[in-house]
Design a protein around this ligand. Sequence first.
Ligand code: RBF
Length: 158
Amino acid sequence: MATALKNLNEYKKDTFGDISEKHFGIIVADWHHEITDVLCQGAIDTLLQHGAKKENIYRNTVPGSYELTLGAQFLAQQEEIDAVICIGVVIKGDTKHDDYINHAVAQGLTTVSLKYNKPVSFGLVTTNDMQQALDRAGGKHGNKGVEAAAAAIHMLSF
Ligand code: RBF
């Protein structure tokens, strides 16, 4: 598997521009909040580490990942927001809920990004079980929140 071979926290920092005046909206799903909190912290730390100001980072929560799209739209439509970072965890269960949610979020976030012409990062961890999610939230596969923030910063340099 590609991601298993990759340290997710390694990204090309030379593609980053100055983000000291940029405003970031972060939407975090409450579902599996013990994991999404860690992902969100990874995203915030990454923004701060690369020069964003704490007061320019706006964190909002939504009930579950399915609501990330509307949350992203609320933020993206605000003129002062330069980029949106979406964080959620969807774990497979006995039913196909994960398929429906994941596809809806992927499609929805793409639509919001293109509609508002702003970066909207897909920080949705979609796994077969809880351990795989933990591995991607500060575990052996890094922190997907870091990667989502890095993608937003990279896209702002266009
Ligand atoms: N939201 C998540 O963020 N992660 C999940 O793993 C998750 N599993 C769900 C499983 C089922 C069967 C249902 C009905 C919802 C689930 N949700 C999950 C919540 C979903 O994203 C949304 O918040 C609710 O369906 C309300 O619109």
